[in-house]
Design a binder for this molecule. Structure first.
Ligand SMILES: Cc1cc2nc3c(=O)[nH]c(=O)nc-3n(C[C@H](O)[C@H](O)[C@H](O)COP(=O)(O)OP(=O)(O)OC[C@H]3O[C@@H](n4cnc5c(N)ncnc54)[C@H](O)[C@@H]3O)c2cc1C
Length: 484
């Protein structure tokens, strides 16, 4: 009944073109990048303006209907997983660059604008938007805000929270307000900071004010080959200990190299035990001096070969190779879990050894590709769902990897968020009191609990009722039924 009322309001407001409530349409929104979790939404709406978002959210609030915001659906923790009895509010039609001020080095954009589109709009002014998730050509700035997304260059430049000045937000009761603003410093509590990383549980961002940086004068990039990830890890430690702050330090292990090279021909050395991509940027003179030191540290740590990017095209090829890593893992295995955890940088060698030992115990392979500079691991746990028992083993291994991260003083997620996937892992990091304090923050924004319910916080329902990755139903295997 409540959902019907929201549907009527949405149809009046957006017309049939902006509302989906038929089976096939609804099912196409049933998951994000974490495809093992699926739920068909009750209704999908595609608003174009803040006013339309606010009107729909008000209707949800009046009728007690849950809503979930969705940007581009590239999230890897099930954050945009719909609610079966709720409304999925998709920002794909909110893609305007509202304003861009080269003088102030700021821009205000709508939430559906892709991360890469901000830099493209700023480029003619010699500016760019620094956070660079590997999904940047598709993921939305609204999703980046909700997940506090990072990327290869966040080692030097910081995460989304360091580059977003404020957001226009539709609160869960339909009120429209700004958190933060377009200027650098706002008095009072940092509600902007509270909203960033809140995974859609505090409302919907309808405009985002970002800061832009000057495109660096000079960029130097190298790929160093090492016999093992441990040796590459030593190079990272000594580069950072020497006081050099690279723009990015990324590592691929042997398996990840095979996958990326097969998918992109980026020129990685197939025989290497690990490859380190190190990029420096800034004033040309600084860059040049530090680059020589980086080469020296790599050589001293046992690098067996160093390739320096010859020009911008070569650099782009290297990054294309690295940024394709998740998709490229499909070359190694029919299926895999992308894990996301953080460890202290100095624990890199120990943790990789522990992961390898656990993988051997389970009889599975793990490819590692990660932001080595800030200790953000992305182990790819490879498995074949057609092999009896492998999915269970892979799931267990992925969970144990996160436990190792916490034991080593790290975190259950670096940048992909908690979503539904890791809600059950929250008690591994936080006490009941911690979680209760977080709930009180959430309740202050959303006392009725209608904004993205079931995410971030552990609930008995989710913990006891965990749907796994897709496995074919016997009726499908027998050709008697088809999954839509
Ligand atoms: C191949 C690949 C590579 C990736 N690489 C990286 C990486 O390097 N770094 C990284 O951090 N992430 C990475 N990701 C994860 C993902 O791209 C990011 O989390 C991204 O920010 C999600 O944006 P989205 O628009 O797809 O959001 P969605 O998946 O649509 O939503 C993500 C969350 O944001 C909420 N949300 C969306 N829009 C809004 C809004 N306007 N207001 C409030 N809440 C909203 C949703 O409810 C959900 O909780 C990668 C994903 C893939 C598939």
């Amino acid at each position: 009944m409540g959902l019907q009322a929201v549907r009527d309001v949405s149809l009046d407001l957006l017309g049939p073109d902006g509302v989906s409530d038929s089976g096939a349409d609804l099912r196409s929104y049933s998951c994000d990048g974490l495809t093992g979790w699926r739920e068909t939404p009750g209704l999908v709406v595609l608003p174009r303006t803040t006013r339309q978002v606010a009107t729909i959210v008000s209707a949800c609030a009046r009728n007690g209907v849950p809503f979930v915001a969705r940007g581009s659906g590239t999230g890897l923790s099930g954050g945009a997983l719909p609610d079966a009895g709720g409304v999925l509010i998709v920002t794909a039609r909110m893609r305007q660059i509202v304003s861009l001020s080269p003088e102030d080095r700021t821009a205000v954009v709508e939430p559906g604008v892709t991360n890469a589109a901000i830099s493209a709009a700023a480029a003619p002014h010699g500016l760019y938007y620094a956070p660079d998730p590997s999904s940047q050509i598709v993921c939305s700035i609204g999703g980046n805000v909700a997940e506090n997304s990072g990327g290869a260059h966040c080692l030097k430049y910081g995460f989304t929270t360091n580059h977003v000045l404020g957001m226009e937000v539709v609160l869960p009761d339909g009120t429209v307000t700004w958190l933060g603003g377009e200027s650098w410093e706002a008095p009072g509590y940092d509600l902007r900071g509270v909203f960033i990383g809140s995974e859609g549980t505090l409302g919907i961002a309808t405009k985002v004010a970002v800061r832009l940086l000057p495109i660096p004068e000079s960029v130097s990039t190298l790929v160093a080959d090492f016999p093992s990830p441990a040796a590459a890890g030593e190079a990272v430690t000594s580069i950072v200990a020497a006081g050099i702050v690279p723009a990015a330090v990324e590592m691929l292990d042997h398996l990840a190299i095979q996958a990326c090279e097969a998918a992109t021909n980026a020129g990685f050395t197939l025989t290497a035990g690990a490859a380190l991509i190190v990029e420096l940027d800034g004033p040309a003179a600084d860059c040049e001096a530090s680059f020589d030191l980086v080469r020296q540290h790599c050589t001293e740590a046992g690098a067996t070969g160093i390739r320096v990017a010859a020009d911008a095209v070569d650099r782009a090829t290297i990054w294309r190779g690295r940024k394709a890593a998740f998709a490229a893992a499909g070359r190694l295995s029919p299926s895999y879990f992308v894990q996301d955890g953080v460890i202290p940088r100095t624990a890199l060698g120990t943790v990789l050894e522990r992961i390898a030992a656990l993988a051997a115990e389970e009889g599975l392979r793990v490819a590692n590709v990660f932001h080595a500079g800030d200790g953000n691991l992305h182990p790819l746990v490879l498995y074949d769902p057609a092999v009896e028992g492998q999915h269970g083993k892979a799931d267990r291994l992925a969970t144990r990897i996160v436990e190792i991260c916490v034991q080593e003083g790290g975190s259950i997620t670096g940048e992909h968020g908690v979503g539904v996937d890791k809600a059950c892992s929250m008690p591994k990091m936080f006490t009941p009191d911690d979680l209760a304090a977080m709930r009180r923050v959430r309740d202050a924004f959303d006392p009725a609990g209608i904004a993205n319910p079931g995410k971030v916080f552990p609930t008995p329902r989710l913990c006891g009722d965990r749907p796994g990755p897709y496995t074919p139903h016997p009726a499908e295997v027998a050709g008697l039924a088809e999954r839509m």
